[in-house]
Design a protein around this ligand. Structure first.
Ligand code: NAP
Length: 252
C-alpha cells in the first residue's frame, strides 16, 4: 500500500474544507492534521473522516489564527516528522459590510481573519515545503477579491490581499524552479453555514461538494487559480474589466 498522504487542513471545520478532506480520504491513505479554533469541533470532523476509511488517520490541533508565534509552532509541529504533501487554508468569515463601515473593530476582525491570517499561515508552511522540494498548498479566496464592490468591500479587500499574496508566492516559486505548487481557489456563492442567511433570502448557491471537487482537482493539477463553479471565471472577467464609469452605475 502507498504511504499515506500527509494533509494539513487549516479551518478544517469549513464545509468546503470538509468536502475536500472527504475527497482526499476517498483517494487513498491519508494522515490528516485538522486545525481549527476549537479542537472539539475539529474532532467531530476527524471522527467523520476516520469512520469513512480504515486507511485514514486524523489528529486535531487548536490554533489562535491571528497569533504568529502559535502559527510558527503549529507548522513546526506539523513538519517535525517529515514533509507535508498538501496544505489547505480554508478559514474565513463573511462580515456584515454595514457593520464594518460603522465599527472599526468589526472591520479589523474581518480583514485579519480573511486576509492577514491565511497569508501568514501560508507563508509559514511554504518555507518547509520549498526546502523539502515538494507539496501543494491552496488558499480559499473568493470572487469577492477580484473587484471591490459596495456590498462587501471589507471582505473583498481581505480576499484581494490573499490574491496578491498568492501571486507573489507563485512568482517566487517559479523563479526558484520549485516543484511546490500553490493554488488560489475563488468560489462564488456556495451553500455553507457562512451563507445560511443568503440561502434563506432565495440566493442561488453552488453545493460545497461541487466546489470542493474543483479545488481538489485543481490542486492535483497544480493549477494557479481555480474559480468554482467554473462560470465565475467568465463572470469575474467581465466584472474586472467593466469600465469605472459603467461599474459605478451598477448597484452590486
Ligand atoms: N460559502 C461561500 O459562499 C464562499 C464564497 C467564496 C469564498 N468562500 C470562502 O471559503 C472558505 C470556507 O468557507 P465556507 O463557505 O466553507 O464556510 P463555513 O462552513 O462557514 O466555514 C468557515 C470556517 O472559517 C472558520 N472561522 C470563521 N471565523 C473564524 C475566525 N474568526 N477565526 C478562525 N476561524 C474562523 C470556521 O471555524 P468554526 O467552525 O470554528 O466557526 C470555519 O472553519 C472561507 O475562506 C470563505 O471566505 C466561501
Amino acid at each position: 500500500m502507498n504511504s499515506p498522504q500527509k494533509i494539513v487542513v487549516v479551518g478544517a471545520t469549513s464545509a468546503i474544507a470538509h468536502q475536500c478532506s472527504r475527497l482526499w480520504a476517498q483517494q487513498g491513505p491519508c494522515d490528516f492534521l485538522l486545525v481549527g479554533r476549537s479542537a472539539e469541533r475539529a474532532e467531530i470532523l476527524a471522527a467523520d473522516l476516520r469512520a469513512r476509511s480504515a486507511h485514514v488517520t486524523a489528529r486535531v490541533a487548536e490554533l489562535r489564527f491571528d497569533d504568529v508565534d502559535a502559527i510558527a509552532e503549529l507548522v513546526q509541529g506539523a513538519t517535525a516528522t517529515g514533509p507535508v504533501d498538501t496544505v489547505l487554508i480554508a478559514h474565513g468569515s463573511l462580515p456584515d459590510q454595514a457593520i464594518c463601515q460603522d465599527n472599526l473593530h468589526a472591520a479589523q476582525d474581518a480583514l485579519r481573519v480573511n486576509g492577514l491570517s491565511p497569508a501568514l499561515i501560508a507563508e509559514a508552511f511554504i518555507g518547509p515545503m520549498q526546502r523539502a522540494g515538494r507539496g501543494r498548498l491552496c488558499i480559499i479566496g473568493s470572487v469577492a477579491g477580484d473587484r471591490g464592490r459596495k456590498s462587501n468591500y471589507i471582505y473583498g479587500a481581505a480576499k484581494g490581499l490573499v490574491d496578491r499574496y498568492v501571486q507573489g508566492l507563485q512568482h517566487r516559486l517559479a523563479l526558484a524552479k520549485s516543484p511546490v505548487r500553490v493554488t488560489l481557489a475563488k468560489p462564488g456563492p456556495t451553500d455553507t453555514p457562512m451563507t445560511a442567511h443568503l440561502k434563506q433570502s432565495g440566493a442561488k448557491l453552488a453545493s460545497s461538494e461541487a466546489v470542493a471537487q474543483r479545488i481538489v482537482k485543481a490542486m492535483a493539477a497544480g493549477r494557479p487559480i481555480v474559480y468554482a463553479p467554473g462560470k465565475w471565471a467568465l463572470i469575474m472577467l467581465v466584472i474586472r474589466h467593466l469600465p469605472r464609469f459603467l461599474f459605478n452605475k451598477v448597484d452590486i
